[in-house]
Ligand binder design. Structure first.
Ligand SMILES: Cc1cc2nc3c(=O)[nH]c(=O)nc-3n(C[C@H](O)[C@H](O)[C@H](O)COP(=O)(O)O)c2cc1C
Length: 385
């Protein structure tokens, strides 16, 4: 299997499966590019892991994973980072025989909406049939641990990253300012800061759950206080890097920045964000249709993106499928353990991947600027960077 690392200077490498083998199975992340002297404790990481943890509430998976992490490398005797790679592990603690047997029962059957079919094509019979292996949503726990480290470093730079449910099954959160979104962040299970819309969303998801079905949704991502000048003009545009990072998360089916797909029906005069000079001599924009990006480079406004999340593929409704071994059409029995919607957990993974991407871009931009020796008057434009 290829492609288990992400980032160039700040870089994560993950391993581990949803079930794994025997006692002691788990998921791990190695984080490269952590500066020395930082007080990154397991609590800092745990706080992020708790956001995506299953087994809490009605609209999340009943799988009882406590997702407790251990830092096993990169912290010295003084309790601070040494500058060496950080190693973090999260053990699987809810790998019950009853569920392993259930996976064994349909291990040759292509599960609709899951990665089973392409996994057969790539790994044959050796593919991990138990709990979807690397294609499992559980894989993302290691990303969230790595993202927690990135978030910690970005916070010191004044950057904040937050994602929330913007839309679910036709119910939309109203447009809100950063302050209100932040105030109402994680106030409900579905993580929608429009508290009225949240109630309606949760009610609708529970109705769908009763039908044995699952629901999709849209997550909005905001990267607040991001300095201008991050991202490279050609292949490594900030938008392209974020799309790579976020579309690498299972169940993500699309991403749009700023006005996004609406631009297809806008006039230039409506879409262009007009700049102005603030009282303290900075350049800002009156609107943010560009979602904080011009030419793929940050322009000093918040990055705003929306991410389409598909309904959880596991459903409790009988489906037709194929036994890949016998090449026969079969009926796939209902499967019960699942999230009725992924939106109440996936936001933590989106935040993590955004943090890793932005921190990596920040490292690169600063490295480049240290050699570019640009005239001070231009550097002033990206002052807090
Ligand atoms: C945090 C998270 C949790 C997930 N939980 C489940 C789950 O409980 N059941 C399920 O069928 N899929 C779950 N998924 C989705 C699958 O991982 C994903 O749909 C599958 O690998 C196929 O990939 P694709 O949807 O990108 O094609 C989860 C994904 C994420 C990111």
């Amino acid at each position: 299997m290829l492609g288990n690392s992400f980032g160039r200077i700040f870089r994560i490498t993950t391993c581990g499966e949803s079930y794994g083998i025997g006692k002691g199975s788990g998921l791990a992340v190695i984080v490269d590019g952590v500066p020395p002297g930082l007080k990154i404790t397991r609590e800092v990481i745990q706080e992020e892991l708790d956001k995506r943890r299953p087994g809490i509430g009605k609209i999340n998976s009943p799988r009882k994973e406590t997702d407790q992490c251990e830092i096993f490398a990169g912290i010295g005797q003084d309790g601070v980072t040494t500058g060496a790679p950080l190693g973090i592990i999260i053990y699987n603690v809810d790998t019950q025989k009853i569920h392993i047997d259930q996976y064994r029962e349909y291990k040759d059957i292509f599960r609709p909406g899951h990665a089973t079919y392409p996994f057969f094509l790539k790994y044959g019979e050796a593919q991990d049939w138990c709990g979807a292996g690397r294609a499992s949503g559980r894989e993302t726990v290691a990303r969230v641990a790595g993202g927690a480290v990135a978030k910690f470093i970005l916070k010191r730079e004044g950057l904040e990253i937050l994602a929330y449910t913007k839309e679910c099954m036709g119910i939309k959160a109203r447009d809100m300012k950063w302050e209100e979104i932040k105030k109402n962040y994680r106030k409900n299970e579905i993580n929608c800061p429009d508290l009225e819309a949240a109630k309606k969303m949760e009610k609708r998801v529970l109705e769908i759950k009763e039908e044995g079905d699952t629901a999709g949704g849209i997550i909005e991502l905001i990267i607040h206080n991001i300095p201008a000048g991050l991202g490279e003009p050609v292949f490594d545009k900030m938008s392209a890097l974020l799309a790579h990072a976020i579309c690498s998360i299972g169940a993500v089916k699309g991403i749009e920045f700023g006005a996004g797909f609406k631009v297809g029906n806008m006039k230039g005069s409506e879409n262009n964000d007009q700049p102005y000079i603030t009282k303290d001599g900075k350049i800002r924009f009156r609107t943010n249709n560009a979602g904080g990006l011009l030419g793929g480079i940050t322009n000093g406004e918040d990055i705003v993106a929306r991410v389409a999340v598909k309904p959880t593929p596991t459903i409790s409704i009988e489906q037709t499928s194929i036994n890949m071994k016998t090449m026969e059409e079969v009926k796939l029995k209902p499967i019960t353990r699942r999230d009725p919607t992924l939106v109440g957990r996936i936001y933590a993974v989106i935040e993590a991947m955004a943090a890793i991407t932005v921190l990596d871009a920040l490292y690169l931009a600063r490295a480049y600027d240290s050699l570019a020796k640009l005239d001070k008057k231009w550097m002033r434009l990206k002052e807090n960077y």
